[in-house]
Design a protein around this ligand. Structure first.
Ligand code: ZN
Length: 216
């Protein structure tokens, strides 16, 4: 099973995708986490990606697609988080999946209120070492600035800082919102209002995924 999770930055896609992966056994493919680990390892892709990510821009499609294709046929099923972000990526994904007869089974759109979104992004922090996410309002680390899991530094990611956030919202509107239009033309999209506590959102997502809303 291949599920695409769509939504603006800060909709809680990452947190929810991790929980869904745990509860379903599917593999969570986060392009953001995959890219950040490339950056941390200083690979060629990582160095290239960092330039784009720090300014809130998107890493070029060809790099992302090559990275995703290595994992897309995982027999456990995959939960795509942060991909596709552009029409070109959505079409490339459909093409790659058609070739191996493993279509996207479901698209879930996590919708948010823009004012709530901006407030949420400004309170979001992450461990520099192990990528555990925290929320300064809902779920802060026990000791300020220090990861509960590994004692690493808990920081605001460069791409969550105010100027980068504004740019990401602009990029989202220009490039990712049309991806939703594309999927709505081609298959059923489950709509989930991603407001409320993480538990409430998780319950809504589980219900939406359980209901099927299959491809075509
Ligand atoms: Zn940590």
């Amino acid at each position: 099973m291949r599920i695409v999770l769509l939504g603006p930055p800060g909709a809680g896609k990452g947190t929810q995708a991790r929980r869904l992966a745990e509860s379903t056994g599917m593999t969570h493919l986060s392009t953001g986490d995959m890219l950040r680990s490339e950056v941390a390892s200083g690979t060629e892709l990582g160095l290239l990606a960092k330039k784009f990510m720090d300014s809130g821009d998107l890493v070029p499609d060809s790099n992302i697609i090559a990275m995703i294709q290595q994992h897309i046929d995982d027999p456990a099923g995959v939960l795509l988080d942060g991909f596709p972000r552009t029409i070109v990526q959505a079409k490339s994904l459909d093409k790659a999946l058609d070739q191996i007869s493993l279509p996207v089974d479901q698209v879930v759109h996590m919708a948010v209120d823009i004012d709530e979104l901006i407030r949420r992004l400004s309170s979001r922090v992450v461990c520099k070492e192990c990528h555990t996410p925290y929320n300064l309002e809902l779920d802060p680390p026990l000791e300020s600035g220090i990861c509960d899991q590994c004692a690493g530094d808990v920081i605001v990611r460069d791409d969550d800082k105010p100027d980068a956030v504004k740019n990401r919202m602009k990029v989202y509107e220009e490039l990712t919102a049309p991806v939703l239009d594309y999927y709505q033309l081609h298959r059923n999209v489950a709509e989930v209002m991603a407001t409320g506590t993480p538990d409430a959102v998780f319950a809504k997502l589980t219900k939406a995924i359980g209901s099927g809303a299959p491809f075509n």
